[in-house]
Design a protein around this ligand. Structure first.
Ligand code: ADP
Ligand code: MG
Length: 280
């Protein structure tokens, strides 16, 4: 089928349908008797920034880790770039893995390695490059996330929270991925730091045409950078769509999350909803 390139890496088929880059179907994941994901479905479209939300402990990280193959699922299928990850041979799977980058919620960086070594770690796994090229690549990735070469020799313990997140993002970008998975990238940052990080993600998405899968609790991120939001509750994705859809929903969880007292909409006079994309 013909694919027409669009702005920001978003692609549409000639019939107007968007290209699905991640297709998770009927996913069941549990630990002992505890079922975390109970027949969960999710689609992620090429070139979008998907914000993935849900209560604490609802399974957001588990789903992300299941998609990237780090957690065993009891049932269901996951296709990435159309490749069924269970049916793919090792070579095919590695070829797909090479096309994504990940920023984990915890342990974003290896503490015993310098920033430079952290950045080069995923590259060494896949490519045989000279040390000089590896060094140049690391510096280029740091520049992309707004850091200069002076941080190369530092250890993670010497970095601020915001710098750590940026280095982790640079590492996720090391292999020029098409998809980046970010698990709560702005947690632990102050609002200004979080806002700067959101801007960085939006800029990188635009310039590199990335697809961004972002687990987040941050309502500001959801309003300002996410094209679509998916909501996980009781083991299922209960809603997926743009912020307008979330704000209109009468589902109790969505209503309390997006329109409750702590939401941005809740701060508006007469409870008037914010226009998505507008920062206050
Ligand atoms: N490796 C594991 N072993 C046992 N239970 C786990 C494991 N990983 C996650 N869980 C449980 O799965 C549930 C969802 O966890 P998680 O996906 O980390 O939540 P969150 O939505 O906050 O990211 C939690 O109850 C957590 O305790
Ligand atoms: Mg989590």
């Amino acid at each position: 089928m013909a694919i027409a390139p669009h702005m920001n890496g978003k692609k549409e088929f000639a019939n107007g349908q968007r290209e699905v880059v991640i297709e998770a179907r009927d996913i069941v994941v549990g630990f002992g008797n505890h079922i975390v994901l109970n027949h969960t479905d999710l689609d992620v479209y090429r070139g979008e920034i998907l914000g993935f939300v849900g209560g604490s402990g609802s399974g957001k990280s588990v789903l992300m880790r299941t998609i990237i193959g780090l957690i065993h699922k009891r049932a269901g299928s996951i296709k990435v770039f159309g490749v069924d990850m269970d049916k793919a041979c090792d070579l095919e799977r590695r070829a797909v893995e090479r096309r994504w980058g990940v920023l984990f919620q915890q342990g974003a960086l290896f503490s015993s390695l310098t920033v430079m070594e952290n950045l080069q770690f995923p590259v060494r796994e896949y490519l045989k490059l000279s040390q000089r090229l590896l060094d140049d690549l690391a510096v280029a990735k740091l520049e992309m996330v707004g850091l200069d070469a002076s941080v190369c020799s530092k250890f993670p313990s010497e970095l601020s929270g915001g710098m750590t997140k940026r280095v982790a993002l640079a590492r996720a970008l090391a292999l020029d991925p098409e998809i980046v998975f970010l698990d709560e990238p702005t947690s632990g940052l102050d609002p200004i730091g979080a806002g700067d990080f959101d801007t960085l993600i939006a800029t990188l998405q635009r310039t590199l045409g990335l697809t961004v899968y972002m687990v987040t609790h941050d309502l500001d991120s959801l309003h300002t950078v996410c094209d679509r939001i998916a909501v996980l509750a009781e083991g299922k994705v209960i809603a997926a769509g743009p912020m307008e859809t979330m704000l209109k929903s009468e589902h109790p969880w969505l209503k309390s999350y997006f329109r409750g007292k702590r939401s941005r909409a809740g701060y508006q006079p007469q409870g008037k909803a914010m226009t998505p994309g507008v920062t206050v």
